[in-house]
Design a binder for this molecule. Structure first.
Ligand code: C5P
Length: 237
C-alpha cells in the first residue's frame, strides 16, 4: 500500500489517496481547534493519542456489529481506512446535558437525559453547522432518508456499546458526534471517535477529560486523553 496525494485536510486530520482506489490513509495531526477554527493550537502527542484511541474504539464497535471504515493502524499517527462517500451530517447523542444543548435550551449542565437525545447537524463551516432534522435532509437531498434512519440506529447502537465500555473504566459518556458514509450502498461509520469528538467525565468527580479542557482553557488536555486511554487499557507506545 502506497500513500499518494493529499485529498483533503480538515482541522485536525488529513486524508491521502493510496494506490488502492478503495482505501485511504487518515493522518492524525497535533493541531487542535475549537470554535470553528477560531482557537487553534498544536498539542504535543495528540495525533498519536487520537490515532490509537480511534483504532481501539473502532475495533470495539466493529466487534459489536457496527460497520466502520477502520482497517489498520499504519504508524503512530496514520490509519488505513475504507474510502467512503460521506454524508454531510453529524449525528449527536447526549446522555447528560452539556455544551450547545445547555446554551440552546437553557438546561443545566449535568442533567441526566433519559431517554438520551439524538440531534443532527449539517456540516457547513460557513453556516456554523446548523441543527437540521430528517425533513430538511430529505427536502434538500443531503442524504437518502433510509440512510439517515440507519445512521441513527447505528448511533444508538454505538451508545449502548460505548456507555458500558466507558462506565467500566470509571467514566461517564456525556455525549458524542459520529459521521457516516456509504460504500457499496452500505452505511458505514467514518471519521473518528476520540476525546476530540465526545465528552467524558470522571464518574466520581465529574472532572472533564475531553476536548472541553481545550475549549475552556483548563489545561492538561493530552494528559486527560492519555488517562482515559490508560483506563481503557490502550497502549500508546
Ligand atoms: O457542541 P455540542 O454540545 O453540540 O457538541 C456535542 C458533541 O459533539 C460534543 O461531544 C462535541 O465534542 C461533539 N462535536 C464534534 N464536532 C463538532 C460539533 C460537536 O465533535 N463539529
Amino acid at each position: 500500500m502506497e500513500k499518494r496525494e493529499a485529498l483533503y485536510a480538515g482541522k485536525a486530520k488529513s486524508v491521502y489517496t493510496t494506490d488502492d482506489p478503495d482505501r485511504m490513509v487518515m493522518v492524525f495531526r497535533d493541531d487542535t481547534s475549537a470554535f470553528d477554527g477560531k482557537k487553534v493550537e498544536q498539542l504535543d502527542r495528540k495525533g498519536k493519542v487520537n490515532n490509537k484511541f480511534n483504532a481501539f474504539i473502532m475495533q470495539k464497535l466493529e466487534a459489536a456489529g457496527i460497520p466502520t471504515h477502520f482497517e489498520a493502524l499504519l504508524s503512530d499517527n496514520e490509519s488505513l481506512v475504507k474510502r467512503l462517500d460521506m454524508m454531510p451530517i453529524e449525528c449527536v447523542i447526549r446522555n447528560i446535558a452539556a455544551g450547545s444543548l445547555c446554551r440552546r435550551l437553557g438546561v443545566e449542565e449535568g442533567l441526566d437525559l433519559n431517554p438520551p437525545t439524538f440531534e443532527m447537524f449539517l456540516k457547513n463551516d460557513a453556516l456554523g453547522d446548523p441543527m437540521v432534522n430528517e425533513s430538511h435532509i430529505a427536502t434538500f437531498g443531503w442524504a437518502e432518508p433510509e440512510h439517515i434512519e440507519t445512521a441513527k440506529a447505528l448511533t444508538f447502537k454505538t451508545n449502548s456499546v460505548l456507555k458500558k465500555l466507558f462506565d467500566d473504566a470509571g467514566l461517564l459518556l456525556v455525549d458524542y458526534k459520529l459521521e457516516f458514509g456509504l460504500v457499496n450502498g452500505q452505511v458505514v461509520l467514518g471519521d473518528e471517535f476520540s476525546p476530540d469528538g465526545c465528552r467524558l467525565w470522571d464518574k466520581e468527580t465529574r472532572t472533564k477529560m475531553d476536548k472541553d479542557r481545550f475549549r475552556q482553557g483548563l489545561g492538561g488536555v493530552i494528559e486527560a486523553y492519555e488517562e482515559v486511554g490508560h483506563r481503557l487499557g490502550i497502549d500508546f507506545g
